[in-house]
Design a binder for this molecule. Sequence first.
Ligand code: RNT
Ligand code: ZN
Length: 409
Amino acid sequence: MYNNAKQEYAMYGVDTEAALNKLKDIPVSIHCWQGDDVVGLDGGGAASGGIQTTGNYLGRARNFEELKADIKKAFELMPGKKRLNLHASYAVGATVDRDKYEPEHFAEWVKFAKEIGLQGIDFNPTMFSHKNVKDGLTLSSPDETIRKFWFNHCKACLHIAEYFADEMKSPCLVNIWIPDGFKDVPADRLTPRLRLKDSLDKILACGYDRSKVIVAVESKVFGIGVESYTVGSNEFYQNYAAKNNICCLLDNGHYHPLEYVSDKIPALLAFYDKVALHVTRGVRWDSDHVVLFEDELKEIAKEIVRNDATEKVIIGLDYFDASINRLSAWVTGQRAMQKALLYALLTNHSELKKLQDNADFTALMVKQEEYKTLPFGAVWKEYLKRENLSEDYLTEIREYENKVLKERV
Ligand code: RNT
Ligand code: ZN
């Protein structure tokens, strides 16, 4: 089947071998928080701050050992190059508060990441699920002690990120997302943003090594209970990032439903060296559903591949579903991302671009439709085979569920 597919794609000027070789080297950063419903290990409890995990499927990882076991199992079923995306709330054995976290609280994660052969670790300050989120605010709070606390947390995170970069010999993305906003009509939209700007200035002035740490800011349109105003909006962060030479992180659940991140990627590539992504699937709102192989994901992958931006776009996943087997959720989303990248790699983009430039929109439409029924599945199967995997991951996950997850009561 693969050989037939190879020939068929060759007729379109697509080299399936080159696509397969390229795909296995595109790293995807996989979020640890799908494993435990964003609870974390530092006692913060269920996710708050406008995000929510719904569902009560059996077997949630309740501690570090269980989370590691689940990550190990799930990652084994994922093809390609993998990084681990950690939140600061996953500190191990910390007896101090988040403003005093040290690399030692993450040394066990580094050990684990090396053990299972990951390419790197990315990091996120955790500015939610904590008593110092005061009246819903963190870095934009009018209370100076609150701002100071979260500043110190971010400073600690930058230091830990350098440690990750050194240990893994790979730069670490530090993504700043805060829940700050208001449920209802604010009296002042500017001052909280000026306070956030000032907090970010102070964080960047901490003096981190830019060759090791990539700082990103993640905007959002609204959250649950924070519907009317978000301090860290898209315009705010895009301007902040541009003026301060840091990176924007685009989460595709964080825009109005008819705004597309696939369109924003090339807009940012015109100005930035790097663009970071949180790939998720919004259903009506930022619902963080499991990523699936669907149209917008394909468009996102096309923008990465056809703009030769696989080294510029930092791909991370961000979803959390507690209503189905969590390992299956993880693997399904990661494989969907890989499928989308493969789909994009199996396209003769220069030919299609030429049609666009020649204004042959008739042929462009017809060709793009033809690609949709080429034997993509056969090439995907071949990729999995070369990665020593098969299409079926459910059987193994069911076995693990029966043996391991069901015991967690
Ligand atoms: C929230 C943001 C943020 C979180 C994670 C847990 O809307 O998307 O990235 O999902 O940090
Ligand atoms: Zn996100």
